[in-house]
Write a protein that binds this ligand. Structure first.
Ligand SMILES: Nc1ncnc2c1ncn2[C@@H]1O[C@H](COP(=O)(O)OP(=O)(O)OP(=O)(O)O)[C@@H](O)[C@H]1O
Ligand SMILES: [Mg+2]
Length: 512
């Protein structure tokens, strides 16, 4: 009898891989089997496909007095989920010659079937479309809900499928479905809901300066201060001064969100992520992983901000698990037989009080904590984690005179800052064009040496503080990276001693 071959795809983390769906129909007692490391959801495909075909009036595999074997290859890659339904149904229709004159070699089919033959949306459409383009496939057939997302990829024909019947009519050329028009991702959302505008924050000039540096160079930031001084507010304001992601970033982000199945109402991510998991969040939800590994908050914060408010309240193991991604911009999660690597290049913004009562070091209110309590509280943040936070600042109480001042609502302020940040980020993109990184904070120590042109006094000063303050090698390079950004804020190619000094000030340990 007949054999057919069509293509589908498996999502391995955020990476789509090509899967061959081979259908073999042989003489024999009735049986219908799917082989090739299939999970439970996939083995239920038999039932869904059987019903879907029956309900659209096509002869279904459950009725055939034949031996039907569907083989998913490569066999060593575990297949999970229900999105193979469409490819298996098409493979079966081809093998039984219920559709003819059609070549599946340059096409990919993906989608889950409902019992009445409708298509249900899937996760990872952009990732699969990207794979299709890369390996030279010409057309991708997927649920119509996923079409706008997939059509971000240029030079790929995306065919939106409402139901199995329409697909059969299309393949048999009875009624052609028009391809999805290309998606433009240039209409950026200006502000994410709940955003704070930086001009709403009174006083805190020191903190605002630190925010600008963090935004410009992508540096991690820790804010320490008593309750109610605006730490949470400042963190939210940071998002409002970051430039919108460019196309390359939109594609990266959309792949992550699509794979995580959290695209929600938008077909793509064209905003700068701001993720603020609660301190009671589980390590898996923040770091990623799990049974069917999914991107965690740190990957959803890729190219954006991960805000950890009340830092010491987070679980210790969770904070320690942040160390590797903070260093490498990637997170590695272990699972059954292999490890999975996901992008996680985020700016960490953390806020905390200096002690349990919150008022240690405050100018007006006395602290009620014993020194042991204070030290135990601060020790929750380990040295290696602190060492990765380039900018550490105090956010003190704002004088009442400042607070009662009538806010001169300068709506131009944040716009100007945003423009400036965008400009500096663009300069960095040019600087690092051949190095596959976007911001100063991502430089390796070798790159710092190559690309940070220190004036003589700056060099002497850096050497002196390195010796005197017993900076770690990482600490030393991190100071220079921040200094590079501060020089960029002044459009200066050279890094001066004043730049290094300011950068070093942000590193003076607040906690000990
Ligand atoms: N500098 C400021 N300018 C304007 N409003 C402020 C400022 N600081 C605080 N506020 C007001 O106080 C509220 C509390 O500020 P916020 O939540 O940012 O404080 P916090 O430092 O995070 O406090 P906690 O340590 O208790 O979490 C804000 O919603 C805002 O209304
Ligand atoms: Mg707060």
């Amino acid at each position: 009898m007949a054999v057919s071959k069509v293509f589908s795809s498996e999502l391995d983390g955020i990476e789509a891989k090509l899967i061959e769906v081979e259908t073999d129909i042989n003489v024999g007692l009735h049986s219908f089997n799917i082989v090739g490391l299939a999970d439970k959801a996939l083995s239920e495909a038999k039932e869904r496909i059987g019903s879907a075909l029956k309900n659209i009036g096509v002869k279904s595999p459950n009725k055939e007095n034949r031996k039907i074997v569907v083989n998913l290859a490569p066999a060593d890659l575990k297949k999970a989920g229900s999105h193979y339904d469409l490819a298996i149904a098409v493979g079966y229709l081809l093998a039984t010659e219920q559709i003819k004159n059609f070549d599946g070699a340059d096409k990919i089919f993906i989608g889950e079937l409902s019992l009445e033959g409708k298509l249900r949306p899937i996760a990872g459409a952009l990732n699969i479309a990207r794979l299709a383009k890369r390996i030279g496939k010409k057309e991708i057939f997927l649920p119509k809900e996923n079409a706008v997302e997939a059509a971000i990829i240029p030079d790929l024909k995306v065919i939106p499928i409402p139901d199995l019947n329409s697909l059969i009519d299309h393949l048999e050329k009875r009624e052609i479905i028009s391809p999805q028009p290309k998606t433009k991702v240039t209409d950026h959302r200006s502000l994410v809901a709940g955003n704070v505008d930086i001009s709403e924050i009174k006083g805190q000039e020191h903190a605002k300066r630190a925010l600008m540096i963090a935004a410009a160079g992508g540096h991690n930031l820790l804010m320490v201060g008593p309750p109610g001084t605006g730490k949470t507010m400042l963190a939210q304001a940071l998002n409002s001064i970051l430039p919108a992601p460019d196309l390359e970033e939109v594609v990266e982000l959309t792949q992550i969100y699509s794979a995580a199945g959290v695209l929600a109402d938008s077909p793509y991510v064209n905003w700068r992520p701001f993720r603020a998991p609660h301190h009671s969040a589980s390590p898996v939800s923040v770091i990623g992983g799990g049974q069917n590994p999914r991107p965690g908050e740190i990957s959803l914060a890729h190219r954006g901000i991960l805000f950890l408010d009340e830092l010491p309240e987070f679980r210790r193991d969770l904070l320690e698990a942040l160390r590797q991604p903070l260093e490498s911009g990637r997170v590695t999660v272990a699972r059954a037989k292999q490890v999975l690597t996901l992008p996680a290049k985020f700016v960490l913004v953390a806020a905390m009080n200096p002690c349990p009562c919150g008022y240690y070091g405050d100018s007006e209110k006395a602290c009620r904590c014993g020194s042991f309590e204070i030290s135990r509280y601060q020790k929750k943040i380990s040295g290696p984690l602190l060492d990765r936070i380039d900018i550490q600042i105090e956010v003190p109480r704002v004088k009442i005179e400042r607070l009662v001042e009538k806010q001169i609502k300068d709506s131009g302020e944040s716009g100007q800052i945003k423009e400036k940040i965008a400009e500096i980020r663009a300069r960095q993109r040019t600087r690092f064009a051949n190095h596959n990184i976007f911001t100063n904070s991502e430089m390796t120590s070798k790159l710092v040496d190559q690309l940070t042109d220190l004036e003589k006094e700056a060099k002497d000063f850096a050497k002196e503080v390195f010796d005197r303050a017993h900076l770690s090698a990482r600490g030393y390079y991190r100071v220079l990276k921040v200094a590079r950004t501060i020089a960029d804020l002044e459009t200066s190619e050279k890094v001066s001693a004043a730049h290094v000094a300011e950068a070093y000030n942000y590193r003076i340990k607040l906690l000990s």
